[in-house]
Design a protein around this ligand. Structure first.
Ligand code: ADP
Length: 398
Protein backbone atom coordinates (compact mmCIF):
# COMPACT_ATOMS: atom_id res chain seq x y z
CA UNK A 1 0.00 0.00 0.00
CA UNK A 2 1.09 3.59 -0.61
CA UNK A 3 0.63 5.57 2.58
CA UNK A 4 1.02 9.32 2.94
CA UNK A 5 2.32 10.14 6.42
CA UNK A 6 1.53 13.66 7.65
CA UNK A 7 2.96 15.46 10.67
CA UNK A 8 1.25 18.86 10.84
CA UNK A 9 2.51 21.71 12.99
CA UNK A 10 0.99 25.15 13.35
CA UNK A 11 2.90 26.69 10.43
CA UNK A 12 4.69 23.67 8.99
CA UNK A 13 3.84 20.22 7.71
CA UNK A 14 6.15 17.25 7.17
CA UNK A 15 5.20 14.46 4.80
CA UNK A 16 6.45 11.11 3.56
CA UNK A 17 4.94 8.88 0.93
CA UNK A 18 5.85 5.32 1.89
CA UNK A 19 5.33 1.85 0.55
CA UNK A 20 4.08 -0.03 3.60
CA UNK A 21 5.24 -3.40 2.21
CA UNK A 22 8.77 -2.61 1.01
CA UNK A 23 9.18 0.22 3.57
CA UNK A 24 10.60 2.39 0.76
CA UNK A 25 10.28 6.16 1.17
CA UNK A 26 9.03 7.21 -2.27
CA UNK A 27 9.09 10.94 -1.52
CA UNK A 28 9.27 13.20 1.47
CA UNK A 29 9.40 16.83 2.32
CA UNK A 30 8.33 19.83 4.28
CA UNK A 31 5.92 22.74 3.89
CA UNK A 32 6.98 25.78 5.88
CA UNK A 33 5.65 29.27 6.55
CA UNK A 34 2.02 28.19 6.16
CA UNK A 35 -0.21 31.22 6.78
CA UNK A 36 2.73 33.56 6.11
CA UNK A 37 3.78 32.93 2.50
CA UNK A 38 4.70 29.29 1.87
CA UNK A 39 7.71 27.16 0.94
CA UNK A 40 7.82 23.53 -0.15
CA UNK A 41 10.93 21.34 0.00
CA UNK A 42 10.34 18.08 -1.86
CA UNK A 43 12.75 15.14 -2.02
CA UNK A 44 12.78 11.91 -3.98
CA UNK A 45 15.44 9.75 -2.27
CA UNK A 46 15.72 7.11 -5.02
CA UNK A 47 16.54 9.75 -7.64
CA UNK A 48 18.50 12.08 -5.38
CA UNK A 49 16.06 14.85 -6.25
CA UNK A 50 15.65 17.86 -3.98
CA UNK A 51 13.43 20.73 -5.12
CA UNK A 52 12.39 23.92 -3.40
CA UNK A 53 9.36 25.98 -4.35
CA UNK A 54 7.81 29.21 -3.16
CA UNK A 55 4.06 28.46 -3.16
CA UNK A 56 1.30 30.51 -1.61
CA UNK A 57 -0.04 28.60 1.42
CA UNK A 58 -2.63 30.72 3.21
CA UNK A 59 -3.87 27.58 5.00
CA UNK A 60 -2.89 23.93 5.47
CA UNK A 61 -5.25 23.00 2.60
CA UNK A 62 -3.02 24.77 0.05
CA UNK A 63 0.01 23.13 1.70
CA UNK A 64 -1.50 19.64 1.26
CA UNK A 65 -2.50 20.49 -2.31
CA UNK A 66 1.08 21.56 -3.07
CA UNK A 67 2.33 18.22 -1.65
CA UNK A 68 -0.11 16.28 -3.85
CA UNK A 69 0.90 18.36 -6.89
CA UNK A 70 4.57 17.58 -6.19
CA UNK A 71 3.82 13.85 -5.77
CA UNK A 72 2.11 13.62 -9.20
CA UNK A 73 4.38 16.08 -11.02
CA UNK A 74 5.75 14.66 -14.31
CA UNK A 75 9.21 16.09 -13.47
CA UNK A 76 9.76 15.21 -9.85
CA UNK A 77 6.68 13.19 -8.92
CA UNK A 78 6.57 9.54 -7.89
CA UNK A 79 2.96 8.56 -8.67
CA UNK A 80 0.78 9.05 -11.73
CA UNK A 81 -2.34 10.02 -9.83
CA UNK A 82 -3.42 10.95 -6.30
CA UNK A 83 -5.71 7.90 -6.50
CA UNK A 84 -2.62 5.73 -5.94
CA UNK A 85 -2.50 6.96 -2.33
CA UNK A 86 -4.33 4.24 -0.39
CA UNK A 87 -4.50 6.00 2.96
CA UNK A 88 -3.15 8.85 5.06
CA UNK A 89 -1.56 8.38 8.48
CA UNK A 90 -1.55 11.44 10.75
CA UNK A 91 0.71 11.99 13.71
CA UNK A 92 -1.41 13.32 16.57
CA UNK A 93 0.38 14.37 19.74
CA UNK A 94 -2.24 13.83 22.42
CA UNK A 95 -4.84 11.11 22.64
CA UNK A 96 -5.44 11.54 26.37
CA UNK A 97 -6.96 8.47 27.98
CA UNK A 98 -9.21 7.96 24.96
CA UNK A 99 -6.67 6.27 22.72
CA UNK A 100 -4.36 3.40 23.62
CA UNK A 101 -3.87 2.55 19.93
CA UNK A 102 -3.93 4.08 16.49
CA UNK A 103 -7.45 4.45 15.04
CA UNK A 104 -9.32 5.05 11.83
CA UNK A 105 -10.42 8.69 11.84
CA UNK A 106 -14.20 9.10 12.09
CA UNK A 107 -16.33 12.03 13.26
CA UNK A 108 -16.33 10.57 16.79
CA UNK A 109 -12.54 10.24 16.73
CA UNK A 110 -12.19 13.87 15.57
CA UNK A 111 -14.40 14.91 18.48
CA UNK A 112 -12.24 12.95 20.93
CA UNK A 113 -9.04 14.51 19.52
CA UNK A 114 -10.67 17.93 19.91
CA UNK A 115 -11.52 17.05 23.51
CA UNK A 116 -7.79 16.55 24.12
CA UNK A 117 -6.91 20.11 23.02
CA UNK A 118 -6.68 21.41 26.62
CA UNK A 119 -4.02 18.74 27.25
CA UNK A 120 -1.92 19.79 24.24
CA UNK A 121 -3.02 23.33 23.34
CA UNK A 122 -0.10 23.92 20.97
CA UNK A 123 -0.03 20.59 19.17
CA UNK A 124 -3.49 19.06 18.83
CA UNK A 125 -5.06 22.07 17.06
CA UNK A 126 -2.31 21.91 14.42
CA UNK A 127 -2.78 18.14 14.03
CA UNK A 128 -6.54 18.64 13.65
CA UNK A 129 -5.98 21.36 11.05
CA UNK A 130 -3.76 18.95 9.11
CA UNK A 131 -6.42 16.21 9.18
CA UNK A 132 -9.19 18.59 8.10
CA UNK A 133 -7.03 19.98 5.29
CA UNK A 134 -6.40 16.44 3.99
CA UNK A 135 -10.09 15.61 4.22
CA UNK A 136 -10.89 18.76 2.26
CA UNK A 137 -8.36 18.15 -0.48
CA UNK A 138 -8.36 14.32 -0.64
CA UNK A 139 -12.02 13.54 -0.07
CA UNK A 140 -12.77 10.00 1.03
CA UNK A 141 -9.29 8.52 1.32
CA UNK A 142 -9.20 6.63 4.65
CA UNK A 143 -7.19 8.35 7.35
CA UNK A 144 -5.66 7.03 10.55
CA UNK A 145 -4.53 8.88 13.69
CA UNK A 146 -1.35 7.69 15.43
CA UNK A 147 -0.87 9.21 18.88
CA UNK A 148 2.38 10.07 20.68
CA UNK A 149 0.73 9.20 23.97
CA UNK A 150 -0.99 5.92 23.02
CA UNK A 151 1.86 3.49 23.71
CA UNK A 152 2.16 4.71 27.32
CA UNK A 153 -1.50 4.07 28.14
CA UNK A 154 -0.46 0.67 29.51
CA UNK A 155 1.33 2.33 32.46
CA UNK A 156 -0.11 1.18 35.79
CA UNK A 157 -1.87 3.67 38.06
CA UNK A 158 1.09 3.77 40.46
CA UNK A 159 3.26 5.03 37.59
CA UNK A 160 0.93 7.54 36.00
CA UNK A 161 -0.61 9.15 39.09
CA UNK A 162 0.91 12.30 40.54
CA UNK A 163 0.72 12.55 44.31
CA UNK A 164 -1.82 15.37 44.12
CA UNK A 165 -5.36 15.36 45.53
CA UNK A 166 -7.04 12.57 43.55
CA UNK A 167 -9.77 14.92 42.28
CA UNK A 168 -7.27 16.60 39.93
CA UNK A 169 -6.85 13.27 38.21
CA UNK A 170 -10.53 12.36 38.32
CA UNK A 171 -11.94 15.73 37.28
CA UNK A 172 -9.11 17.31 35.36
CA UNK A 173 -7.19 14.33 33.96
CA UNK A 174 -3.92 15.54 35.50
CA UNK A 175 -1.65 12.49 35.24
CA UNK A 176 1.51 11.29 33.51
CA UNK A 177 0.79 10.63 29.83
CA UNK A 178 4.25 10.35 28.31
CA UNK A 179 5.23 11.20 24.73
CA UNK A 180 7.47 9.87 21.91
CA UNK A 181 5.33 6.71 22.22
CA UNK A 182 5.58 5.90 18.51
CA UNK A 183 9.36 5.98 18.74
CA UNK A 184 9.55 3.92 21.95
CA UNK A 185 7.21 1.35 20.40
CA UNK A 186 9.18 1.18 17.15
CA UNK A 187 12.63 0.78 18.71
CA UNK A 188 11.47 -1.72 21.35
CA UNK A 189 9.95 -3.88 18.61
CA UNK A 190 13.12 -3.61 16.50
CA UNK A 191 15.19 -4.47 19.58
CA UNK A 192 13.25 -7.72 20.02
CA UNK A 193 13.73 -8.50 16.30
CA UNK A 194 17.45 -7.82 16.50
CA UNK A 195 17.84 -10.03 19.57
CA UNK A 196 15.73 -12.75 17.92
CA UNK A 197 13.39 -12.96 20.91
CA UNK A 198 9.66 -12.36 21.26
CA UNK A 199 9.05 -8.92 22.77
CA UNK A 200 6.80 -10.47 25.41
CA UNK A 201 9.86 -12.14 26.91
CA UNK A 202 11.94 -8.99 27.25
CA UNK A 203 12.45 -6.08 29.65
CA UNK A 204 13.71 -3.17 27.56
CA UNK A 205 14.70 0.39 28.45
CA UNK A 206 14.38 2.71 25.45
CA UNK A 207 16.27 6.02 25.54
CA UNK A 208 14.96 8.51 22.97
CA UNK A 209 17.60 11.23 23.24
CA UNK A 210 17.13 14.12 20.81
CA UNK A 211 16.25 17.74 21.13
CA UNK A 212 13.39 16.47 23.24
CA UNK A 213 14.35 13.40 25.27
CA UNK A 214 12.46 10.69 27.09
CA UNK A 215 13.12 7.23 28.45
CA UNK A 216 10.61 4.39 28.71
CA UNK A 217 10.51 1.06 30.51
CA UNK A 218 8.99 -1.50 28.14
CA UNK A 219 8.11 -4.64 30.04
CA UNK A 220 6.98 -7.58 27.88
CA UNK A 221 6.13 -5.15 25.05
CA UNK A 222 4.16 -2.74 27.22
CA UNK A 223 5.23 0.69 28.40
CA UNK A 224 5.13 0.62 32.21
CA UNK A 225 6.98 3.87 32.94
CA UNK A 226 8.24 6.89 31.06
CA UNK A 227 9.98 10.12 31.92
CA UNK A 228 7.84 12.73 30.19
CA UNK A 229 4.71 13.51 32.11
CA UNK A 230 1.55 15.57 31.84
CA UNK A 231 3.51 17.59 29.29
CA UNK A 232 6.78 17.01 27.37
CA UNK A 233 8.55 19.34 29.81
CA UNK A 234 9.12 16.60 32.37
CA UNK A 235 11.89 14.08 32.91
CA UNK A 236 15.40 14.49 31.54
CA UNK A 237 17.07 17.84 30.99
CA UNK A 238 16.74 18.40 27.22
CA UNK A 239 18.05 20.75 24.53
CA UNK A 240 16.20 23.75 25.96
CA UNK A 241 13.73 22.18 28.42
CA UNK A 242 14.49 21.87 32.12
CA UNK A 243 13.05 18.42 32.71
CA UNK A 244 12.01 17.60 36.28
CA UNK A 245 12.40 20.27 38.89
CA UNK A 246 11.09 21.28 42.29
CA UNK A 247 7.80 23.16 41.73
CA UNK A 248 8.81 25.49 44.57
CA UNK A 249 11.39 27.02 42.22
CA UNK A 250 8.55 28.47 40.15
CA UNK A 251 7.13 30.39 43.08
CA UNK A 252 10.58 31.59 44.13
CA UNK A 253 11.56 32.89 40.68
CA UNK A 254 8.13 34.33 39.89
CA UNK A 255 8.15 36.31 43.13
CA UNK A 256 11.73 37.40 42.77
CA UNK A 257 11.48 38.59 39.15
CA UNK A 258 7.77 39.45 38.97
CA UNK A 259 7.26 36.88 36.21
CA UNK A 260 3.88 35.64 35.07
CA UNK A 261 3.47 31.86 34.85
CA UNK A 262 3.85 32.15 31.06
CA UNK A 263 7.18 33.97 31.43
CA UNK A 264 8.32 31.33 33.88
CA UNK A 265 7.34 28.46 31.57
CA UNK A 266 9.05 30.19 28.69
CA UNK A 267 12.31 29.98 30.65
CA UNK A 268 11.65 26.33 31.54
CA UNK A 269 10.75 25.35 27.96
CA UNK A 270 13.06 27.47 25.85
CA UNK A 271 16.03 28.66 27.90
CA UNK A 272 16.84 25.72 30.14
CA UNK A 273 18.20 22.20 29.65
CA UNK A 274 21.72 21.84 28.27
CA UNK A 275 21.38 25.28 26.66
CA UNK A 276 20.60 26.82 30.03
CA UNK A 277 23.46 25.16 31.88
CA UNK A 278 26.09 25.55 29.15
CA UNK A 279 25.05 28.97 27.86
CA UNK A 280 26.47 27.72 24.55
CA UNK A 281 23.78 25.97 22.51
CA UNK A 282 21.00 23.39 22.64
CA UNK A 283 22.90 21.30 20.10
CA UNK A 284 25.11 18.63 21.64
CA UNK A 285 27.70 19.05 18.86
CA UNK A 286 28.27 22.70 19.80
CA UNK A 287 28.38 21.89 23.50
CA UNK A 288 30.90 19.11 22.91
CA UNK A 289 33.17 21.45 20.93
CA UNK A 290 32.98 24.03 23.71
CA UNK A 291 33.69 21.36 26.34
CA UNK A 292 36.73 20.22 24.35
CA UNK A 293 38.03 23.79 24.51
CA UNK A 294 37.74 23.70 28.29
CA UNK A 295 34.38 25.45 28.80
CA UNK A 296 33.36 24.24 32.26
CA UNK A 297 29.64 24.99 31.90
CA UNK A 298 29.56 23.03 28.64
CA UNK A 299 31.28 20.10 30.36
CA UNK A 300 28.88 20.08 33.26
CA UNK A 301 25.84 20.40 30.95
CA UNK A 302 26.90 17.19 29.21
CA UNK A 303 27.63 15.47 32.52
CA UNK A 304 24.27 16.52 33.92
CA UNK A 305 22.46 15.07 30.89
CA UNK A 306 24.44 11.82 30.93
CA UNK A 307 24.01 11.43 34.69
CA UNK A 308 20.24 11.84 34.44
CA UNK A 309 20.03 9.26 31.64
CA UNK A 310 22.04 6.81 33.74
CA UNK A 311 19.92 7.50 36.83
CA UNK A 312 16.70 6.76 34.98
CA UNK A 313 18.13 3.58 33.44
CA UNK A 314 18.82 2.40 36.98
CA UNK A 315 15.39 3.46 38.17
CA UNK A 316 13.60 1.74 35.29
CA UNK A 317 15.57 -1.47 35.77
CA UNK A 318 14.33 -1.37 39.37
CA UNK A 319 10.77 -0.61 38.22
CA UNK A 320 10.79 -3.73 36.00
CA UNK A 321 12.80 -5.94 38.36
CA UNK A 322 15.58 -6.25 35.80
CA UNK A 323 16.52 -5.33 32.27
CA UNK A 324 17.52 -7.40 29.23
CA UNK A 325 18.28 -4.60 26.80
CA UNK A 326 18.89 -0.87 26.65
CA UNK A 327 18.24 0.98 23.38
CA UNK A 328 19.59 4.37 22.34
CA UNK A 329 17.78 6.32 19.62
CA UNK A 330 17.03 9.81 18.17
CA UNK A 331 19.51 12.58 17.24
CA UNK A 332 21.81 12.28 20.26
CA UNK A 333 21.18 8.57 20.93
CA UNK A 334 21.94 7.61 17.33
CA UNK A 335 24.93 9.86 16.70
CA UNK A 336 26.69 10.62 19.93
CA UNK A 337 28.97 7.74 20.97
CA UNK A 338 30.38 9.71 23.91
CA UNK A 339 27.00 10.34 25.48
CA UNK A 340 25.98 6.69 25.06
CA UNK A 341 29.25 5.54 26.63
CA UNK A 342 29.00 7.97 29.54
CA UNK A 343 25.36 7.08 30.22
CA UNK A 344 26.01 3.33 30.15
CA UNK A 345 29.31 3.23 32.00
CA UNK A 346 29.12 2.68 35.73
CA UNK A 347 26.24 0.29 35.17
CA UNK A 348 28.53 -2.76 35.17
CA UNK A 349 27.08 -3.69 38.60
CA UNK A 350 23.79 -4.48 36.87
CA UNK A 351 25.32 -6.39 33.98
CA UNK A 352 25.92 -3.64 31.42
CA UNK A 353 29.28 -3.83 29.65
CA UNK A 354 29.83 -1.63 26.61
CA UNK A 355 32.06 -2.46 23.64
CA UNK A 356 33.91 0.80 22.84
CA UNK A 357 34.63 -0.25 19.23
CA UNK A 358 31.08 -1.34 18.51
CA UNK A 359 29.84 1.86 20.15
CA UNK A 360 31.92 3.87 17.71
CA UNK A 361 29.00 3.72 15.24
CA UNK A 362 26.63 6.34 13.92
CA UNK A 363 23.08 6.20 12.67
CA UNK A 364 22.75 2.50 11.94
CA UNK A 365 21.43 -0.50 13.83
CA UNK A 366 24.09 -2.13 15.96
CA UNK A 367 24.64 -4.06 19.17
CA UNK A 368 27.09 -1.86 21.07
CA UNK A 369 27.55 -3.91 24.24
CA UNK A 370 30.38 -6.41 24.70
CA UNK A 371 29.62 -10.01 23.65
CA UNK A 372 29.65 -11.09 27.32
CA UNK A 373 27.44 -8.24 28.53
CA UNK A 374 24.44 -9.67 30.40
CA UNK A 375 22.36 -6.68 29.36
CA UNK A 376 22.46 -5.99 25.62
CA UNK A 377 22.88 -2.38 24.56
CA UNK A 378 21.65 -1.42 21.09
CA UNK A 379 21.73 1.56 18.79
CA UNK A 380 18.53 1.67 16.74
CA UNK A 381 17.64 4.64 14.51
CA UNK A 382 14.02 5.49 15.17
CA UNK A 383 11.47 5.60 12.36
CA UNK A 384 8.21 7.11 13.55
CA UNK A 385 7.01 7.61 9.96
CA UNK A 386 7.42 3.91 9.21
CA UNK A 387 5.49 3.05 12.37
CA UNK A 388 2.69 5.46 11.34
CA UNK A 389 2.62 3.99 7.82
CA UNK A 390 2.57 0.42 9.17
CA UNK A 391 -0.28 1.17 11.60
CA UNK A 392 -2.21 2.97 8.88
CA UNK A 393 -1.85 0.12 6.38
CA UNK A 394 -2.86 -2.43 9.02
CA UNK A 395 -5.96 -0.53 10.14
CA UNK A 396 -7.09 0.36 6.63
CA UNK A 397 -6.37 -3.15 5.37
CA UNK A 398 -8.79 -4.67 7.90
P1 ADP B 1 14.02 16.26 17.67
O1 ADP B 1 13.72 16.01 19.10
O2 ADP B 1 13.88 17.70 17.28
O3 ADP B 1 13.38 15.29 16.70
P2 ADP B 1 16.47 14.93 16.96
O4 ADP B 1 16.11 13.59 17.47
O5 ADP B 1 16.56 15.12 15.48
O6 ADP B 1 15.57 16.06 17.57
O7 ADP B 1 17.86 15.34 17.63
C1 ADP B 1 18.48 16.53 17.29
C2 ADP B 1 19.70 16.70 18.18
O8 ADP B 1 20.61 15.61 17.97
C3 ADP B 1 20.53 17.92 17.84
O9 ADP B 1 20.07 19.07 18.50
C4 ADP B 1 21.90 17.52 18.36
O10 ADP B 1 21.99 17.92 19.72
C5 ADP B 1 21.90 16.02 18.32
N1 ADP B 1 22.88 15.49 17.34
C6 ADP B 1 22.71 15.29 16.04
N2 ADP B 1 23.86 14.80 15.49
C7 ADP B 1 24.77 14.70 16.47
C8 ADP B 1 26.11 14.27 16.57
N3 ADP B 1 26.79 13.82 15.52
N4 ADP B 1 26.71 14.31 17.77
C9 ADP B 1 26.05 14.75 18.87
N5 ADP B 1 24.77 15.16 18.84
C10 ADP B 1 24.13 15.14 17.67
Amino acid sequence: MKILVINAGSSSLKYQLMDSVTHDVLAKGLCERIGIDGRLTHKVPAKDIKKEFEISMPTHAEAIQSVLDALVSPEHGVIASVKEIDAVGHRVVHGGESFAQSVLITDDVMKAIEDCIPLAPLHNPANITGIKACQKVMGNVPMVAVFDTAFHQTMPEKAYLYALPYEYYENDKVRRYGFHGTSHRYVSARCADMLGKPIDQLKIITCHLGNGSSIAAVDHGKSVETSMGFTPLAGLPMGTRSGDLDAGILQYLMNKYGWSIDECLNVLNKKSGVLGISGVSSDFRDIESAAKEGNHRAEVALECFQYNVKKLIGAYAAAMGGVDAIVFTAGVGENDAKTRMAAASGLEFMGVKMDPDANNTRGKEAVISAPDSKVKVLLIPTDEELMIATDTAEIVGK
